[in-house]
Design a protein around this ligand. Sequence first.
Ligand code: ATP
Ligand code: SF4
Length: 326
Amino acid sequence: NEKILRISRLSIIYGARRGFVKAVRDVSLDLYRGECLALVGESGSGKTTLALSIVRALPTNAKIVSGNVYYHLDNNKEVDITKLTEDEMRKIRWREIAMVFQGSMNAFNPVLKIGDHFIETAKAHRFAMDKNEIIEKASNLLSLVLLDAKRVLNSYPHQLSGGMKQRTLIALSLLLNPKIIIMDEPTSALDVVSQKVVLNALSNIKKELNLSMIFITHDLGITAEVADRVSVMYAGQIVEIGNVFEMYYDPLHPYTQGLLKAIPRLRGSVNITSIPGSPPDLINLPPGCSFHPRCPFAMDVCRREEPPMIEVDKNRFVKCWLYMKK
Ligand code: ATP
Ligand code: SF4
């Protein structure tokens, strides 16, 4: 299995009035060709920051303190995205790596029909296709995300429901044939039925186009529908990685176990237990394991020393002292 993206020991901080927010801390993560990787964690765990660094769209008060983001080009060359010039980056964004930003459903231009959004996007990126070709491509992509292409292309944004807009955005992000698509909370603003359709659309894309996806969500429950692997983030760090079934049926990290318990079940949804306590202040982090103030299994060592990432099985990692072989 070939790697298309290799994040290596990446740390990112934000300058804030109170001090430095350590939003991403020493994160290493691989993305393979053709896979869908879900990035799961509570709000504020650093998922968006990590994703923004991949398309180099971090806010100006953010700083990459250390680490690299290697992108594997088709010609077998690797580039370090953190080191590219803005000109070089323009060739990567949209064409190689596209991102559907959180809340960007509201970014449509209200006076442009959806068809024109596709044409404008192609123009803005100097994509070598004439109008008819663009519309044909757009129709195929819109059908792929389960929309009535003809109708949607002739609609204004306000004529579409939230779920339709979200799927349109996903189709738009695929216009220039990116190899990676990053989606930040693509379902969170939607009702349950629209969520389901978006997830179906994503499975469809995965089946038809051989691309790699990073799917950001705070809801571990919905990852089973589309993800191959799941990586769980807590307080800026990755605390567990595994394939989606292992993560679901045999979560190892106490935080992942807590996230799973927090998923409302279809039946007997009365016992929604969420994880007690709240995530730590990323400016003043607790010593040792960042999860120890909330962890029901915390031991002395957890309060003193940060646990290493432990490979418990092939492609199965957990950052927790409980799994350290004596
Ligand atoms: P959400 O789902 O709410 O977006 P997230 O897991 O994506 O959460 P991030 O948005 O990456 O988390 O935020 C990580 C941390 O960085 C949070 O503590 C957040 O408050 C902080 N942060 C994010 N953007 C900025 C900024 N521009 N300036 C200062 N701090 C920021
Ligand atoms: Fe809990 Fe300790 Fe594991 Fe951290 S290292 S998750 S505190 S048991």
